[in-house]
Design a binder for this molecule. Structure first.
Ligand SMILES: *Cc1c(COP(=O)(O)O)cnc(C)c1O
Length: 421
């Protein structure tokens, strides 16, 4: 099949044969995107889960302006700069206690690659014969090869399967059977070669907005640690308030050995990621033997403009009532989702922190794959940016979203059931 689109741009996760046109966006402000002809689109998924305080938060915009006039970019091996130093110090203050070092990269996927490499480097350098990664069923950790390996396999990964490494897959801890998950971790760890348990704390995002309890997470960590395995928390989505706390790990009272953050790190303004590690992980890489160096870098590691944006994000958290905004949004989200609990067209109506999700009940005839795009188009026609995962509709707005816009989102979801089933 050929495509005769006018644009040379190849879009992510886009089937160009079925979706030839991309919507042009000219401006963004708060929770709203605007097309060149002035159409107002509600950004109900925070532009793929990154925008926390709203588009173009003035504190972040100003920090970017200021930094670009001072230092745009510098090699980060052997050199450092104020924004990177300050941001690292702030991240250590904000993160679960016990994390002591910050390694910068550019995306959630690379933050996870770095985490996996740190874990294997730790065992390599300390003489432990451990190389296996435990990961959850339905997990999503990014689209680079290592992150993809740890994520769930499916149509998205089929073509690349020969390159993906094996991980030990642990069942998702369902509400009525967390024990199977704990047993699987126990059984896998008993072999003694598990390097790390890699988890999305409290909610699996791209795998269907599947929520599990803080108690279960704490138990999973306890079992893995009992067998000496490291714990990696992928907080790329859950970080920066999404689940109702700054980091989801805190809600379970855990400090992972390694923590990945990205999406909300700059408030959603510029790409930046960080992988935080305990002193033990860092120290395992400190040696007069150069072979123990942590061999990872990317050209733009700790880009000063991105770090300045990250620092500005931390300032917004310190100086503005962000937690109060999150509390208000949680309350509003709960009020809006509640009626769907008695609505026969929807199932598994759920919420954690600022995120709600619900499954549209559709006839079981293989139609499931088609419902996502159909819903997406319906929402787009109503000027709502929602991007369902199959029949799972979720709402993850910037914390500044207005009540009227939330009303419109949920009215549109209700209407979608009549229009699309
Ligand atoms: C989005 C996401 C990633 C990948 O982040 P990118 O910045 O898109 O590479 C990794 N892990 C989780 C949990 C995510 O939600």
């Amino acid at each position: 099949m050929t495509s005769d689109r006018g644009s040379p741009v190849w879009h992510p996760f886009t089937q160009h044969a079925l979706q030839p046109e991309a919507t042009m966006i000219a401006r963004g402000a708060g929770a709203v995107l605007e097309t060149p002809d002035g159409r107002r689109i509600i950004d109900a998924i925070s532009s793929w889960w990154v925008v926390t305080h709203g588009h173009r938060h003035p504190t972040i915009v100003e920090a970017i302006h200021r930094q670009i006039d001072i230092l745009d970019q510098v090699i980060f091996a052997g050199f450092t700069h104020e924004p990177a130093e300050e941001l690292a110090a702030r991240l250590i203050q904000l993160a679960p206690a016990g994390l002591a070092h910050v390694f910068y990269s550019d995306s959630g996927s690379t933050a996870v690659e770095v985490a996996i490499k740190m874990a294997l480097g730790y065992w390599h350098n300390t003489g432990g014969k451990r190389h296996r990664i435990l990961a959850l069923e339905h997990a999503y950790h990014g689209d680079t090869v290592g992150a993809m390996s740890a994520g769930a396999r499916g149509v998205f990964t089929e073509a690349y399967a020969p390159l993906l490494f094996e991980v030990v897959r642990v069942p998702f801890p369902s509400a009525d059977d967390a024990q199977s998950t704990l047993d699987a971790i126990e059984a896998a760890c008993a072999a003694g070669d598990v390097a790390a348990l890699l988890v999305e704390p409290l909610i699996l995002g791209a795998g269907g907005m599947r929520i599990y309890s803080a108690e279960t997470l704490a138990e999973m960590v306890r079992v893995a640690r009992h067998h000496g395995a490291l714990v990696i928390a992928d907080e790329v989505m859950t970080g920066w308030g999404r689940t109702g706390a700054l980091f989801a790990s805190t809600q379970a009272g855990i400090t992972p050995d390694i923590l990945c953050t990205a999406k909300g790190l700059t408030g959603g303004s510029i790409p930046l990621a960080a992988t935080l590690a305990t002193a033990a992980i860092f120290d395992a890489h400190v040696s007069s033997d150069r072979r123990r160096t942590f061999f990872h870098s990317s050209s733009y590691t700790a880009n000063p403009i991105a770090c300045a944006a990250g620092l500005a994000n931390c300032n917004v958290w310190r100086e503005e009532p962000v937690m109060e905004r999150i509390d208000l949004l949680q309350t509003a989200q709960e009020a809006h989702i509640a009626p769907f609990r008695d609505d026969a067209d929807f199932a598994n109506v759920r919420r954690i922190g600022t995120i709600t999700a619900l499954d549209l009940v559709v006839p079981d005839n293989g139609y499931l794959a088609e419902i996502g795009p159909k819903l997406y188009a319906f929402f787009a026609n109503r000027d709502v940016l929602l991007r369902p995962l199959g029949n799972t509709i979720y709402v993850m707005p910037p914390y500044c979203i207005e009540d009227d816009d939330l009303d419109h989102i949920y009215r549109t979801i209700r209407d979608a059931a009549d229009a699309c089933i």
